[in-house]
Ligand binder design. Structure first.
Ligand SMILES: *Cc1c(COP(=O)(O)O)cnc(C)c1O
Length: 373
Protein backbone atom coordinates (compact mmCIF):
# COMPACT_ATOMS: atom_id res chain seq x y z
CA UNK A 1 0.00 0.00 0.00
CA UNK A 2 1.35 3.36 -0.88
CA UNK A 3 0.80 6.36 1.29
CA UNK A 4 -2.28 8.43 0.48
CA UNK A 5 -0.72 11.82 -0.10
CA UNK A 6 -4.10 13.33 -0.83
CA UNK A 7 -4.80 12.96 2.90
CA UNK A 8 -1.68 14.96 3.56
CA UNK A 9 -2.60 17.79 1.17
CA UNK A 10 -4.09 20.89 2.81
CA UNK A 11 -7.87 20.86 2.88
CA UNK A 12 -8.45 23.42 0.12
CA UNK A 13 -6.18 21.48 -2.23
CA UNK A 14 -7.87 18.11 -1.55
CA UNK A 15 -11.06 19.27 -3.24
CA UNK A 16 -9.39 20.93 -6.24
CA UNK A 17 -9.51 19.83 -9.84
CA UNK A 18 -6.58 21.04 -11.93
CA UNK A 19 -7.09 23.83 -14.49
CA UNK A 20 -7.83 22.37 -17.93
CA UNK A 21 -5.69 24.12 -20.52
CA UNK A 22 -6.47 24.13 -24.24
CA UNK A 23 -5.03 21.06 -25.98
CA UNK A 24 -1.54 21.82 -27.36
CA UNK A 25 -1.22 21.43 -31.15
CA UNK A 26 1.67 18.97 -30.75
CA UNK A 27 -0.54 16.67 -28.66
CA UNK A 28 -3.31 16.55 -31.27
CA UNK A 29 -0.69 15.94 -33.95
CA UNK A 30 0.72 12.99 -31.96
CA UNK A 31 -2.73 11.55 -31.34
CA UNK A 32 -4.29 11.87 -34.77
CA UNK A 33 -1.39 12.54 -37.13
CA UNK A 34 -3.22 15.46 -38.74
CA UNK A 35 -1.38 17.90 -40.93
CA UNK A 36 -3.64 20.93 -40.74
CA UNK A 37 -4.29 21.97 -37.16
CA UNK A 38 -5.86 25.24 -36.04
CA UNK A 39 -5.68 26.05 -32.36
CA UNK A 40 -8.55 28.30 -31.44
CA UNK A 41 -8.65 27.22 -27.81
CA UNK A 42 -6.55 29.48 -25.60
CA UNK A 43 -7.23 33.03 -26.76
CA UNK A 44 -3.68 33.32 -28.04
CA UNK A 45 -2.64 35.93 -30.54
CA UNK A 46 -2.61 34.40 -34.05
CA UNK A 47 -0.02 36.92 -35.27
CA UNK A 48 3.70 36.54 -34.56
CA UNK A 49 5.03 39.00 -31.96
CA UNK A 50 6.33 42.42 -32.98
CA UNK A 51 9.72 42.33 -34.73
CA UNK A 52 11.07 44.74 -32.13
CA UNK A 53 10.08 42.28 -29.43
CA UNK A 54 11.83 39.41 -31.20
CA UNK A 55 14.96 41.55 -31.57
CA UNK A 56 14.87 42.45 -27.86
CA UNK A 57 14.63 38.77 -26.93
CA UNK A 58 17.52 37.94 -29.25
CA UNK A 59 19.67 40.67 -27.70
CA UNK A 60 18.95 39.34 -24.22
CA UNK A 61 19.72 35.69 -25.00
CA UNK A 62 23.48 35.90 -24.44
CA UNK A 63 22.89 36.96 -20.83
CA UNK A 64 20.67 34.14 -19.65
CA UNK A 65 23.39 32.72 -17.41
CA UNK A 66 22.55 35.68 -15.15
CA UNK A 67 19.53 35.99 -12.92
CA UNK A 68 16.99 38.49 -14.22
CA UNK A 69 16.64 41.93 -12.61
CA UNK A 70 14.45 40.95 -9.66
CA UNK A 71 13.12 44.49 -9.33
CA UNK A 72 12.21 44.66 -13.03
CA UNK A 73 13.55 48.22 -13.05
CA UNK A 74 13.35 48.85 -16.78
CA UNK A 75 9.94 47.30 -17.29
CA UNK A 76 8.56 49.24 -14.34
CA UNK A 77 10.05 52.45 -15.75
CA UNK A 78 8.34 51.74 -19.07
CA UNK A 79 5.09 50.91 -17.26
CA UNK A 80 5.33 54.22 -15.37
CA UNK A 81 5.31 55.99 -18.71
CA UNK A 82 2.59 53.77 -20.08
CA UNK A 83 0.21 53.97 -17.11
CA UNK A 84 1.03 57.30 -15.46
CA UNK A 85 1.36 55.48 -12.13
CA UNK A 86 4.60 55.11 -10.22
CA UNK A 87 6.78 52.08 -9.77
CA UNK A 88 5.75 51.49 -6.12
CA UNK A 89 2.29 50.76 -7.47
CA UNK A 90 3.43 48.05 -9.88
CA UNK A 91 3.82 44.33 -9.17
CA UNK A 92 5.29 42.21 -11.94
CA UNK A 93 4.14 38.64 -12.42
CA UNK A 94 5.05 35.46 -14.27
CA UNK A 95 1.93 36.01 -16.32
CA UNK A 96 -0.96 37.86 -14.67
CA UNK A 97 -1.99 34.45 -13.32
CA UNK A 98 0.97 34.79 -10.96
CA UNK A 99 -0.26 38.08 -9.48
CA UNK A 100 -3.80 36.72 -9.16
CA UNK A 101 -2.42 33.84 -7.07
CA UNK A 102 -0.24 36.22 -5.04
CA UNK A 103 -3.31 38.30 -4.23
CA UNK A 104 -5.13 35.20 -3.02
CA UNK A 105 -2.14 34.12 -0.92
CA UNK A 106 -1.79 37.58 0.59
CA UNK A 107 -5.43 38.21 1.52
CA UNK A 108 -7.25 34.87 1.78
CA UNK A 109 -7.25 32.25 4.53
CA UNK A 110 -9.75 29.80 6.01
CA UNK A 111 -12.76 31.71 7.33
CA UNK A 112 -12.51 34.34 4.58
CA UNK A 113 -14.10 34.26 1.15
CA UNK A 114 -13.60 35.55 -2.37
CA UNK A 115 -16.49 36.50 -4.65
CA UNK A 116 -16.83 36.19 -8.42
CA UNK A 117 -19.45 35.63 -11.09
CA UNK A 118 -20.49 32.05 -11.89
CA UNK A 119 -18.94 32.21 -15.37
CA UNK A 120 -15.64 33.67 -14.26
CA UNK A 121 -12.04 32.90 -15.21
CA UNK A 122 -11.27 29.42 -13.78
CA UNK A 123 -8.12 30.61 -12.05
CA UNK A 124 -10.08 32.66 -9.46
CA UNK A 125 -11.77 29.75 -7.69
CA UNK A 126 -8.63 27.59 -7.95
CA UNK A 127 -6.51 30.31 -6.31
CA UNK A 128 -9.20 30.81 -3.67
CA UNK A 129 -9.69 27.14 -2.75
CA UNK A 130 -5.92 26.61 -2.58
CA UNK A 131 -5.83 29.00 0.39
CA UNK A 132 -8.60 27.06 2.18
CA UNK A 133 -11.06 29.90 1.84
CA UNK A 134 -14.56 29.91 0.46
CA UNK A 135 -15.33 30.60 -3.22
CA UNK A 136 -18.63 32.45 -3.58
CA UNK A 137 -20.20 32.38 -7.01
CA UNK A 138 -22.69 35.12 -7.82
CA UNK A 139 -25.44 34.29 -10.30
CA UNK A 140 -24.66 35.64 -13.77
CA UNK A 141 -27.16 37.50 -15.92
CA UNK A 142 -29.60 35.06 -17.58
CA UNK A 143 -28.96 33.53 -21.04
CA UNK A 144 -31.89 35.49 -22.45
CA UNK A 145 -30.68 38.83 -21.08
CA UNK A 146 -31.10 41.40 -23.85
CA UNK A 147 -27.85 43.28 -23.56
CA UNK A 148 -25.36 40.98 -21.85
CA UNK A 149 -26.39 37.30 -21.73
CA UNK A 150 -24.33 35.35 -19.14
CA UNK A 151 -22.56 38.59 -18.22
CA UNK A 152 -21.56 39.71 -14.75
CA UNK A 153 -24.41 40.86 -12.50
CA UNK A 154 -22.81 43.45 -10.21
CA UNK A 155 -25.82 43.48 -7.87
CA UNK A 156 -25.57 39.71 -7.42
CA UNK A 157 -21.83 40.03 -6.81
CA UNK A 158 -22.46 42.78 -4.27
CA UNK A 159 -25.01 40.62 -2.46
CA UNK A 160 -22.40 37.89 -1.91
CA UNK A 161 -20.04 40.25 -0.09
CA UNK A 162 -19.97 40.07 3.70
CA UNK A 163 -17.58 40.95 6.52
CA UNK A 164 -15.41 37.92 5.68
CA UNK A 165 -14.99 38.82 2.02
CA UNK A 166 -11.38 39.71 1.26
CA UNK A 167 -11.34 39.80 -2.56
CA UNK A 168 -13.76 40.28 -5.44
CA UNK A 169 -12.38 39.14 -8.81
CA UNK A 170 -13.92 40.69 -11.92
CA UNK A 171 -12.56 40.18 -15.43
CA UNK A 172 -13.47 43.01 -17.79
CA UNK A 173 -13.99 41.97 -20.54
CA UNK A 174 -14.71 38.56 -19.07
CA UNK A 175 -13.38 35.16 -20.09
CA UNK A 176 -15.04 32.76 -21.07
CA UNK A 177 -18.10 34.89 -21.91
CA UNK A 178 -16.53 37.89 -23.67
CA UNK A 179 -19.09 40.11 -21.95
CA UNK A 180 -18.13 43.39 -20.33
CA UNK A 181 -19.12 45.96 -17.74
CA UNK A 182 -19.45 49.69 -18.37
CA UNK A 183 -17.42 52.32 -16.55
CA UNK A 184 -20.36 53.92 -14.72
CA UNK A 185 -21.63 50.60 -13.38
CA UNK A 186 -18.19 49.54 -12.20
CA UNK A 187 -17.60 52.87 -10.50
CA UNK A 188 -20.96 52.74 -8.74
CA UNK A 189 -20.05 49.23 -7.57
CA UNK A 190 -16.63 50.26 -6.26
CA UNK A 191 -18.23 53.20 -4.50
CA UNK A 192 -20.44 50.98 -2.38
CA UNK A 193 -18.14 48.00 -1.73
CA UNK A 194 -16.57 48.32 1.75
CA UNK A 195 -12.90 49.29 1.74
CA UNK A 196 -11.77 46.06 3.44
CA UNK A 197 -12.60 44.21 0.21
CA UNK A 198 -9.83 44.14 -2.39
CA UNK A 199 -11.43 44.59 -5.81
CA UNK A 200 -9.41 42.96 -8.58
CA UNK A 201 -10.30 44.09 -12.10
CA UNK A 202 -8.58 41.73 -14.52
CA UNK A 203 -8.09 43.49 -17.85
CA UNK A 204 -6.41 40.66 -19.77
CA UNK A 205 -8.46 41.60 -22.86
CA UNK A 206 -8.40 45.37 -22.41
CA UNK A 207 -6.55 46.06 -25.67
CA UNK A 208 -9.27 44.44 -27.80
CA UNK A 209 -11.97 46.86 -26.75
CA UNK A 210 -13.29 48.98 -29.59
CA UNK A 211 -12.43 52.54 -28.59
CA UNK A 212 -11.06 54.98 -26.04
CA UNK A 213 -14.46 55.19 -24.34
CA UNK A 214 -14.05 51.61 -23.16
CA UNK A 215 -13.45 51.07 -19.44
CA UNK A 216 -9.83 51.58 -18.40
CA UNK A 217 -9.46 50.64 -14.76
CA UNK A 218 -5.86 51.86 -14.65
CA UNK A 219 -7.17 55.42 -14.59
CA UNK A 220 -9.15 54.67 -11.40
CA UNK A 221 -6.29 53.16 -9.36
CA UNK A 222 -5.46 56.43 -7.59
CA UNK A 223 -9.11 56.97 -6.63
CA UNK A 224 -9.69 53.61 -4.92
CA UNK A 225 -7.18 52.32 -2.35
CA UNK A 226 -8.66 48.84 -2.56
CA UNK A 227 -8.53 48.53 -6.37
CA UNK A 228 -6.05 46.21 -8.09
CA UNK A 229 -5.91 46.12 -11.89
CA UNK A 230 -4.16 43.27 -13.67
CA UNK A 231 -2.92 43.27 -17.26
CA UNK A 232 -1.00 40.74 -19.31
CA UNK A 233 1.36 40.45 -22.26
CA UNK A 234 -0.14 37.04 -23.10
CA UNK A 235 -3.01 38.14 -25.32
CA UNK A 236 -2.76 41.25 -27.53
CA UNK A 237 1.03 41.48 -27.11
CA UNK A 238 1.40 37.91 -28.34
CA UNK A 239 3.73 36.72 -25.57
CA UNK A 240 1.73 33.94 -23.91
CA UNK A 241 4.70 31.58 -24.04
CA UNK A 242 7.01 33.95 -22.16
CA UNK A 243 4.77 34.51 -19.12
CA UNK A 244 4.66 38.15 -18.08
CA UNK A 245 1.91 40.29 -16.64
CA UNK A 246 1.48 42.90 -13.91
CA UNK A 247 -0.77 44.38 -11.27
CA UNK A 248 -1.39 48.08 -10.56
CA UNK A 249 -2.67 49.16 -7.17
CA UNK A 250 -2.10 51.49 -4.27
CA UNK A 251 1.53 51.36 -3.10
CA UNK A 252 0.26 49.77 0.15
CA UNK A 253 -1.23 46.76 -1.59
CA UNK A 254 1.74 46.45 -3.97
CA UNK A 255 4.06 46.39 -0.97
CA UNK A 256 2.09 43.50 0.54
CA UNK A 257 2.01 41.33 -2.56
CA UNK A 258 5.66 42.01 -3.24
CA UNK A 259 6.52 40.42 0.13
CA UNK A 260 5.51 36.99 -1.17
CA UNK A 261 6.54 37.38 -4.79
CA UNK A 262 9.38 35.08 -5.83
CA UNK A 263 12.41 37.35 -6.19
CA UNK A 264 13.00 36.31 -9.82
CA UNK A 265 9.45 35.52 -10.90
CA UNK A 266 9.75 37.19 -14.31
CA UNK A 267 12.53 35.87 -16.54
CA UNK A 268 14.97 38.12 -18.35
CA UNK A 269 13.67 37.37 -21.87
CA UNK A 270 10.15 38.21 -20.76
CA UNK A 271 11.27 41.46 -19.12
CA UNK A 272 13.07 42.59 -22.28
CA UNK A 273 10.19 41.52 -24.51
CA UNK A 274 7.62 43.36 -22.42
CA UNK A 275 9.60 46.62 -22.55
CA UNK A 276 9.89 46.39 -26.34
CA UNK A 277 6.23 45.40 -26.62
CA UNK A 278 4.97 48.43 -24.71
CA UNK A 279 7.02 50.68 -26.98
CA UNK A 280 5.45 49.19 -30.10
CA UNK A 281 1.83 50.35 -29.91
CA UNK A 282 1.36 50.25 -33.72
CA UNK A 283 1.69 46.46 -33.36
CA UNK A 284 -1.25 46.48 -30.92
CA UNK A 285 -3.29 48.48 -33.44
CA UNK A 286 -2.55 45.83 -36.06
CA UNK A 287 -3.55 43.04 -33.68
CA UNK A 288 -6.77 44.81 -32.87
CA UNK A 289 -7.65 45.23 -36.54
CA UNK A 290 -6.87 41.59 -37.30
CA UNK A 291 -9.04 40.55 -34.37
CA UNK A 292 -12.00 42.70 -35.29
CA UNK A 293 -11.87 41.44 -38.89
CA UNK A 294 -11.69 37.83 -37.66
CA UNK A 295 -14.42 38.44 -35.09
CA UNK A 296 -16.76 39.69 -37.81
CA UNK A 297 -15.96 36.67 -39.98
CA UNK A 298 -16.59 34.18 -37.17
CA UNK A 299 -19.81 35.92 -36.10
CA UNK A 300 -21.10 35.77 -39.68
CA UNK A 301 -20.39 32.04 -39.84
CA UNK A 302 -22.25 31.47 -36.56
CA UNK A 303 -25.11 33.78 -37.59
CA UNK A 304 -25.62 31.82 -40.80
CA UNK A 305 -25.98 28.65 -38.76
CA UNK A 306 -28.63 30.33 -36.65
CA UNK A 307 -26.71 29.81 -33.40
CA UNK A 308 -26.43 32.34 -30.61
CA UNK A 309 -23.38 33.69 -28.82
CA UNK A 310 -22.50 36.14 -26.11
CA UNK A 311 -21.49 39.63 -27.20
CA UNK A 312 -17.71 39.75 -27.00
CA UNK A 313 -15.07 42.40 -26.54
CA UNK A 314 -12.30 39.82 -26.32
CA UNK A 315 -10.46 37.81 -28.96
CA UNK A 316 -12.90 34.91 -28.63
CA UNK A 317 -16.57 34.07 -28.94
CA UNK A 318 -18.69 31.92 -26.62
CA UNK A 319 -21.14 30.04 -28.82
CA UNK A 320 -24.24 28.14 -27.68
CA UNK A 321 -24.40 25.02 -29.89
CA UNK A 322 -27.63 23.82 -28.24
CA UNK A 323 -26.23 20.27 -28.08
CA UNK A 324 -23.69 18.23 -26.11
CA UNK A 325 -20.63 20.36 -26.72
CA UNK A 326 -18.14 17.75 -25.52
CA UNK A 327 -19.19 15.36 -28.29
CA UNK A 328 -19.08 18.19 -30.82
CA UNK A 329 -15.67 19.22 -29.53
CA UNK A 330 -14.40 15.70 -30.23
CA UNK A 331 -15.57 16.01 -33.85
CA UNK A 332 -13.79 19.36 -34.17
CA UNK A 333 -10.60 17.75 -32.86
CA UNK A 334 -10.82 14.94 -35.39
CA UNK A 335 -10.89 17.59 -38.12
CA UNK A 336 -7.88 19.40 -36.67
CA UNK A 337 -9.73 22.29 -35.07
CA UNK A 338 -9.02 22.79 -31.38
CA UNK A 339 -11.69 24.88 -29.66
CA UNK A 340 -12.43 25.08 -25.96
CA UNK A 341 -15.10 23.14 -24.10
CA UNK A 342 -16.43 25.10 -21.14
CA UNK A 343 -18.41 22.37 -19.36
CA UNK A 344 -16.12 22.89 -16.36
CA UNK A 345 -17.49 26.44 -16.24
CA UNK A 346 -21.04 25.05 -16.06
CA UNK A 347 -21.69 25.58 -19.78
CA UNK A 348 -22.05 22.06 -21.26
CA UNK A 349 -23.60 23.23 -24.53
CA UNK A 350 -21.17 26.03 -25.30
CA UNK A 351 -17.77 26.09 -26.91
CA UNK A 352 -15.37 29.03 -26.74
CA UNK A 353 -13.76 29.86 -30.04
CA UNK A 354 -10.66 32.03 -30.17
CA UNK A 355 -10.34 34.32 -33.18
CA UNK A 356 -7.50 32.97 -35.32
CA UNK A 357 -5.52 34.02 -38.37
CA UNK A 358 -7.39 34.30 -41.68
CA UNK A 359 -6.44 30.75 -42.65
CA UNK A 360 -7.36 29.34 -39.23
CA UNK A 361 -10.73 31.10 -39.35
CA UNK A 362 -11.30 29.67 -42.83
CA UNK A 363 -10.40 26.18 -41.57
CA UNK A 364 -12.92 26.64 -38.75
CA UNK A 365 -15.57 27.71 -41.27
CA UNK A 366 -15.05 24.62 -43.44
CA UNK A 367 -15.18 22.27 -40.47
CA UNK A 368 -18.17 23.81 -38.70
CA UNK A 369 -20.18 23.83 -41.92
CA UNK A 370 -19.30 20.18 -42.45
CA UNK A 371 -20.18 19.18 -38.89
CA UNK A 372 -23.44 21.05 -38.65
CA UNK A 373 -24.65 20.53 -42.22
C1 LIG B 1 -5.71 34.75 -20.41
C2 LIG B 1 -6.20 35.39 -19.17
C3 LIG B 1 -5.31 35.90 -18.23
C4 LIG B 1 -3.86 35.94 -18.54
O1 LIG B 1 -3.14 34.96 -17.98
P1 LIG B 1 -1.54 35.09 -18.07
O2 LIG B 1 -1.14 34.38 -16.84
O3 LIG B 1 -1.20 36.54 -18.02
O4 LIG B 1 -1.14 34.42 -19.32
C5 LIG B 1 -5.79 36.52 -17.10
N1 LIG B 1 -7.11 36.65 -16.91
C6 LIG B 1 -8.00 36.20 -17.80
C7 LIG B 1 -9.43 36.44 -17.58
C8 LIG B 1 -7.56 35.54 -18.94
O5 LIG B 1 -8.45 35.06 -19.81
Amino acid sequence: MSYDFLQLAVKGVQGLKPYLPGKPMSELQRELGLTEISKLASNENPLPPSLNVLAAIQAELSDIARYPDGSGFELKAELERFTGLNSEQITLGNGSNDVLVLLAEAFLQPGRNAVFSEYCFAVYPIATWATGSEARFAKALPADHKKMPLGHDLDAIYDQIDKNTAIVFIANPNNPTGTWLETDDLKAFMQKVPEHVVIVIDEAYHEYQPDDQAPNAISWVDDYNNLVVTRTFSKAYGLAGLRVGYALSSAKIANIINRIRQPFNVNSLALAAAVAGLKDQPYIEKVKQQNSKGMQAIQQIIDKLGLSYCPSRGNFLLVDFAQDALALNQKFLEKGVIVRPVANYGLPKHLRISIGSDSENAHFERVINELLA
